[in-house]
Design a protein around this ligand. Sequence first.
Ligand code: FAQ
Length: 315
Amino acid sequence: MNTEDTADLEQAFQIRIDKEEKIEPKDWMPGEYRRNLIRQISQHAHSEVIGMQPEGNWLTRAPTLRRKAVLLAKVQDEGGHGLYLYSSAETLGVSRAEMIEALQSGKAKYASIFNYPTLSWADIGAIGWLVDGAAIVNQISLQRTSYGPYARAMVRICKEESFHQRQGYEIMLSLSRGNQAQREMAQDALNRWWWPSLMMFGPHDADSAHSAKSMRWKIKRETNDDLRQKFVDQSVPQIDVLKLEYPDPELKWNENRGHYDFGELDWDEFYAVIKGDGHCNRERIQHHVKAHEEGEWVRDALKAYDAKKKARHAA
Ligand code: FAQ
């Protein structure tokens, strides 16, 4: 195809995007749109799957049978979200094996937040409330992303994440209304998870490598800083209800802006974590490799069954 044809196709593609039409797997799309989507969706999928580990760590130590059943359901949901997202990325021509290889070799990233350890039961409350809360703020906007299979996956994921957010907040409410040790545990979890949750939205817009293109192609519908502000604005009144102290002394309502002001994030920490030097990066990947290897017999069995079905069908 010559450059003129490609320019025409790109123009027609942008017109479709501007008209809010969804792009579907068999439609023409610029190579960079496809690559950028594969990058974002696969990293989103990896985040869901690696995100099972910090909470999975507390399944055997949940304080009651009810809490255990709820947490188990939540962790399983995250695995399901990973599967919808991997399937959505596969429609763009990348295989599951390639995506897993990219994760395990460190070529592909996953959300920085999952490299922090879960030290107490209150951390499970803080993850549901803040981490799922931040994920929802982002994912609600992604329901309108331009790629059809990604947008549709987001609809169901958002419904499930909203249950996750409530279960986390309910844990925080119970602890914050409990005895002093429980209140301190809740405060400590809020203090530790607040900043990493704000980092989930990525670098400032001015430092975001992909934002400009992703916004033009409507892969992303709102910028990193706008989403972060939305999350802060929604979370501060929730801290007030819990009657906990603010984790950031600079958190303050700004009448002129109509938003909460907040302190600057520790970007050195953010970049260290996404480059592989967080508390738990190595542990998370090692665990993923181990689980993947141990699951090989399941994949082999599925392939053998599929081959048997095909042979029977052919006969
Ligand atoms: N962590 O140019 P930008 C969940 C990377 S789901 C790690 O701004 P972009 C559910 C970025 O990839 C949470 N890396 O990038 C759950 C890029 O590197 P690359 C996941 C980060 O894509 C809850 C570089 O920095 N959600 O939590 C992070 O335009 C509880 C430059 O950044 C999604 O993935 C970070 N925080 O914007 C599960 C939502 N931030 O790829 C279990 C979909 C940035 O060039 C328990 N993704 N980077 O090597 C997005 O919306 C976007 O990809 C952003 C980043 C906003 C994450």
